[in-house]
Design a protein. Sequence first.
Length: 173
Amino acid sequence: MVTVKTDAPLEPPASFTAAPPASFLAGFLRYWLPVILWCALIFGFSTEAGSSRRTSRILRPILRWFNPDISDEAIRRVQFAVRKAAHVAGYAVLALLVWRAKRKTNQDDRRPWDWREAGLAFAFAAAFAISDEFHQALVPSREGRIGDVLIDSLGAALGLLALRTYGRWRGKW
């Protein structure tokens, strides 16, 4: 048996530390919590709450108020366009939030544009779109559609391209 004597007190391994540093928690809350909340919002709209039957209860009266003579077919077309535009916008925001969280930007950030960061944000949004459509396929009043995954992915790509264009226009990269 071998014994080792040391004058230094024994310290617990790093895995036993009590709490992460405050800067980690602040960084998580600032950058990743918005991503999680946005994903939860998208997930919530994947339920009955986001079904076309529910959204028509909102859009139909608004459209009838603007144009009392609007046909039911026109209402369906507008509703379809609004719902797909919401897919594009929602996933553009998701990709931007993930890009921001990955990059941990600040107002004076002068780092050049990195396509790998944008690619990771896009991949996250596309993967979430797939999982979202799978979730919708499990909801009795909804159905998952490959076309919606493509629309969601298009939204993510457009959001990131708009960010890059804006950054170049503002001279950030």
